[in-house]
Write a protein that binds this ligand. Structure first.
Ligand code: ADP
Ligand code: 5GP
Length: 205
């Protein structure tokens, strides 16, 4: 059998589009997919758990991790820093597990430079009006933070040109199914495995 490598899946989209909700559902249904836990200097929201939602760290520690090249990418978003720890991801991919990164566009661009074989997926809201309703309905940000996130949304949507796929999150179940089908198509791309395939059949000659 041809051994299939793990995929590095990058999911972005404006705040409130539903990335977190989609990823949670996707992980529930697919135990071969692991979620990358980012480090952030943001304070935890009610219900968020250190090491599960994020590694919540102080700015000094974040700066030290940058200095030690511990991040695959990092970015400053709104007033906080966010970064993807490199070691855990490399370990998963080497084991053949898929890894999903839920990160914003500056970080995704950095990942594309170092890992062009990644799969870049953009989650869109059905409309800007619905996006605002979702950010407000989530109830996790102050009015000021909501305005800041909403006013960035259109500019963020313009970054869709850097992505391979888009999913319009009008229906959660449909969005999850679409991402599952992107994953299975990517896993069958000849360019990922052509040498392995040829070698496997050569062995039988
Ligand atoms: P993001 O991670 O992109 O910032 P969230 O996953 O936190 O967004 O979703 C924002 C809000 O929208 C949440 O309250 C979530 O329950 C809701 N939501 C997510 N997907 C859908 C959907 N398909 N239909 C309706 N509401 C949704
Ligand atoms: P939140 O504060 O709502 O959890 O996240 C704010 C934004 O940061 C979201 O767009 C989220 O996808 C992004 N984000 C989370 N972790 C990372 C990361 O490690 N790197 C980058 N570049 N963005 C991240």
């Amino acid at each position: 059998m041809v051994k299939k490598n793990g995929l590095l899946l990058v999911v972005s989209g404006p705040s409130g589009a539903g990335k977190g909700t989609i990823c949670k559902e996707l992980l529930k249904k697919n135990d071969q997919i692991k979620l990358s836990v980012s480090a952030t200097t943001r304070k935890p929201r009610t219900g968020e758990v250190d090491g599960v939602n994020y590694f919540f760290i102080e700015k000094d520690k974040f700066t030290q991790m940058i200095g030690n090249s511990e991040f695959l990418e990092y970015a400053q978003i709104y007033d906080n820093f966010y970064g993807t720890p490199k070691a855990a991801i490399m370990e998963c991919l080497e084991k053949g597990q898929d890894v999903i990164l839920e990160i914003e566009m500056q970080g995704a661009k950095q990942i594309k430079e170092v890992c062009p074989e990644g799969v870049f997926i953009f989650v869109l809201p059905p409309s800007l009006e619905e996006l605002k309703n979702r950010i407000v309905g989530r109830g996790t940000e102050t009015v000021e933070e909501i305005d800041k996130r909403f006013s960035c949304a259109f500019e963020e949507i313009n970054r869709i040109v850097d992505y391979d796929y888009f999913v319009v999150n009008d229906d959660l179940e449909k969005s999850v199914k679409e991402i599952e089908s992107i994953i299975s198509s990517e896993k069958n791309k000849v360019t990922r495995y052509k040498n392995n395939i040829i070698d496997k059949f050569k062995e039988e000659l």
